[in-house]
Design a protein around this ligand. Structure first.
Ligand code: NAD
Length: 301
């Protein structure tokens, strides 16, 4: 299939690479030249705008930071709608606000472009492996037309409902991950401050009910202060803001999500916005004056 791919960051670049490996023809666009050139060396064609990437494509994929970036790339000057033909399918795989996904989709539909929201979970390692979990919202018939393309990037692609539902599923995922990271940080900080080696506590609890994918992935990072992203704190703050906006619009109080958002914000203010979200542990270290690294020193980002 001819596919336009817009947004070649930590996630988009390996996802685009997997589409090339599966034999699709890609026209790629990003503000930054480095990933565009890298993809062209793998066989993609460089586009000079989002409109250009969409021009001869049956399908367009966007993988951008947040709602305003998607709005600009799709509806803005030289955006997707200025190049796309009637009947083009747009799969926005970014994590954005569900209400924005619906609004952008309505503007697309008015121009004959069918949009699905298809955010992903799994992070950079699974983007590279092509084993992302993909959650989709939109028309079932449109989803069926692109399911095989999505499965070049993921091990599962599940349609959860109408447009916007994909992002509701993603925000639910982000609540569970954020609260889990906070719980792991809290537990390991308690261990460290009471003189019990947090590494030993991790080993002791990982096989029990407290075990989780988050514990396995993030506790080792916290215990050696390896906070290279991964998933940037800034992006998780963005997701939790979208969580609360969505919840407020639907009259759903989410007290724990609100709390963890403010804790992440505090790490960001200390300079940790570009660190992995597991750097939330630094918030607890600062409160308790203890280091999970075991050197007894409190350290900041
Ligand atoms: P990133 O910041 O690494 O990449 C975004 C890319 O988009 C950048 O290369 C940027 O130059 C480009 N860009 C921004 N606006 C643009 C525009 N208007 N036109 C063209 N290019 C533009 O972000 P990422 O980590 O790849 O994340 C992308 C999305 O996926 C986000 O919504 C994020 O929340 C979500 N996500 C990320 C992860 C992760 O682990 N990094 C995991 C799951 C979901």
């Amino acid at each position: 299939m001819n596919i336009g791919f817009i947004g070649l960051g930590i996630m988009g670049k390996p996802m685009a690479r997997n589409l090339l490996r599966a034999g699709h023809r890609l026209s790629v666009y990003d503000y930054r030249q480095e990933p565009v050139q890298a993809l062209c060396e793998d066989g993609a064609t460089a586009a000079c705008s989002a409109a250009d990437a969409a021009r001869n494509s049956e399908m367009v994929i966007t993988m951008l930071p947040n709602s305003p970036h998607v709005r600009e790339a799709v509806l803005g000057k030289d955006g997707v709608l200025q190049g796309a033909q009637q009947g083009t399918i747009l799969a926005d795989m970014s994590s954005i606000a569900p209400l924005e996904a619906r609004a952008i989709a309505a503007a697309c539909e008015a121009r004959g472009v069918h949009m699905l929201d298809c955010p992903v979970s799994g992070g950079e390692p699974k983007a590279i492996e092509g084993t992302l979990s993909i959650m989709c919202g939109g028309e079932a018939e449109v989803f069926e037309q692109i399911r095989d393309v999505l499965l070049c990037m993921g091990s599962s692609a599940v349609r959860v409902g109408e447009i916007g539902s994909g992002n509701v599923a993603k925000l639910s995922n982000q609540i569970v991950v954020a609260l889990n990271i906070a719980a792991v940080s809290e537990a390991l900080t308690l261990a460290a401050k009471t003189g019990v080696d947090p590494q030993d506590v991790f080993e002791a609890i990982r096989g029990g009910l407290a075990g989780s994918t988050v514990l396995e992935a993030k506790a080792p990072m916290m215990l050696c202060h390896q906070f290279a992203p991964g998933f940037r704190m800034d992006l998780h703050i963005k997701d939790l803001k979208n969580v609360l906006d969505t919840a407020h619009a639907a009259d759903v109080p989410l007290p724990l999500s609100a709390q963890v958002l403010e804790m992440m914000q505090a790490v960001k203010v200390d300079g940790g916005g570009t660190l992995d979200h597991s750097a939330l542990a630094l918030y607890y270290e600062k409160l308790a004056h203890v280091s999970l690294k075991g050197d007894g020193e409190v350290s900041g980002p």
